[in-house]
Design a protein around this ligand. Structure first.
Ligand SMILES: *Cc1c(COP(=O)(O)O)cnc(C)c1O
Length: 436
């Protein structure tokens, strides 16, 4: 049940004088009535900016446009809007115009690691597939801010077919992550086609969809949409809640529909200064998520995208938050805190230190309460030497289940069968001298 509050009614009528409750809950109505300029925002919220601020805001919007669904706008508590987490995620801040020297337009090198348009292939067994240029709302902290304000267009079948063909011709890809933009801005029919094409590729084991619609436009999660998705299981959905206030009755209803369709749900939160950089806020958020059958998946350190400096926290804030979660609450409510490495290195998990010291047969650990303890290691552990030949191994992995294996990176340093004993950066003078 959507609570059709007075505030929502006022916003709806301010946009469309004949608006009815049924229209408020119609995602296409929400999209068509998104707030895309500052005067409309002022008129609907009763917030007004002085002329100097408005000038700065107009400049910001000229570079990074604004788009807020009436639903998300209705969540702003206008009395203290300057500190409001909804306002801060939705409404421009002139700070976005400040570009620091270490910021980048594409910090994750998504374009560089793109073999065909739409695909980013960074990890060995999975790809990111951008299937939509549309978003229900333009999040101010978007990591793909470079693309915000590009002409809204949906890639056609010919365009997407190139990505699908890439996946089809790469048998190592067992996980396809649909992203964008927001895949749920596509029509049910188009998603049906895309999911059908991908599901038709035998080596694709799972499909994942990343969407913020449950947060900013929960009415997108219709029975029709879940009927399409459930035809293509296993499909996992990751959403993007950043603050407990976003878990409204409408959002919870959307999550219920997704979970009832058998879709495992995860959540990716971005750590944002002034929005959720507080252990108690994050703890409340993860508790509300698991109550709604959503597993907190990642907590992201804010990327080095241009214009996000006012949103960034030190890494220490993230560690402090992790310290307040691990052990203090259910293990499945604890996300992995990651820094997405600039230059395309991928996600790097960051944790407080739990391993304090080590001897030949004991490790010294500390727990969340500060208890310092030991774990005595086995005296007679028989390591199984691994030459990658599962056939002759006493551990019973059937050969047909043993994946092709080539150790990569640090894994290769630890491997019994790999000759690599050192990883050397390409650009150190000592190595350059050898090559001369
Ligand atoms: C985040 C990401 C993935 C998925 O990573 P997981 O850790 O498996 O969730 C895949 N490709 C790219 C380019 C990514 O940025």
């Amino acid at each position: 049940m959507v609570i059709y509050e007075e505030k929502q009614r006022r916003i709806a009528e301010g946009l469309d004088c004949g608006a009815k409750l049924s229209q408020w809950k119609d995602w296409r109505w929400q999209l068509a009535h998104s707030i895309r300029d500052i005067p409309t925002f002022e008129r609907l919220t009763g917030i007004s900016f002085d002329s100097e601020t408005r000038l700065q805001l107009e400049k910001t919007v000229a570079k990074f446009p604004i788009s807020i669904t009436p639903y998300y706008l209705s969540l702003i508590e206008t009395a203290d809007y300057r500190n409001d987490p909804i306002y801060k995620q939705a409404f421009p801040d002139p700070g976005e115009l400040t570009v620091q020297q270490w910021e980048m337009s594409d910090p994750l090198a998504e374009e560089t690691d793109s073999p065909v348009p739409g695909i980013t292939h960074r990890y060995p067994d999975r790809v990111l597939f951008h299937i939509s240029n549309l978003c229900a709302m333009y999040c101010r902290h978007c990591t793909r801010k470079r693309k915000v304000g590009d002409i809204d267009c949906i890639p056609g079948r010919d365009e997407l077919t190139k990505g699908i063909d890439y996946i089809r011709s790469h048998p190592e890809v067992r996980d396809v992550l649909l992203s964008g933009g927001d895949p749920f801005l596509l029509s049910d029919e188009y998603l049906d086609w895309i999911l059908g094409e991908i599901r038709g590729i035998p080596h694709v084991e799972v499909v994942r969809i990343g969407t913020r619609t449950p947060v900013v436009m929960p009415f997108r999660i219709t029975g029709g949409l879940t009927e399409v998705i459930r035809k293509y299981h296993p499909v996992w959905v990751n959403t993007h809640f950043n603050h407990p206030r976003e878990l409204t009755p409408s959002a919870m209803e959307a999550l219920r529909k997704l979970a009832d369709a058998g879709i495992p749900l995860g959540n990716q939160t971005v750590l944002l200064a002034g929005v959720n950089d507080c252990p108690r806020i994050i703890k409340k958020l993860v508790h509300k998520l698991v109550q709604n059958r959503v597993r907190p998946y990642y907590l992201y350190q804010c990327d080095l995208s241009e214009g996000l400096s006012h949103f960034r926290t030190p890494v220490g804030k993230g560690i402090e938050i992790m310290e307040s979660l691990i052990g203090h609450t259910s293990g499945f409510a604890v996300p992995t805190y990651v820094i997405d490495a600039p230059g395309g290195g991928g996600k790097i998990p960051v944790l407080p230190n739990y391993l304090l010291s080590w001897s030949v047969h004991k490790v010294v650990l500390r727990n969340f309460e500060g208890v310092i303890t030991t774990y005595t290691e086995p005296k007679h552990y028989q390591n199984t030497f691994c030459d990658n030949n599962c056939q002759d191994c006493h551990l019973q992995l059937k050969l047909e289940n043993a994946d092709e294996f080539k150790a990569v990176g640090i894994e290769s340093l630890l491997s019994d069968s790999d000759e690599t004993n050192t990883l050397i950066p390409q650009n150190i003078p000592r190595i350059e001298r050898r090559e001369r």
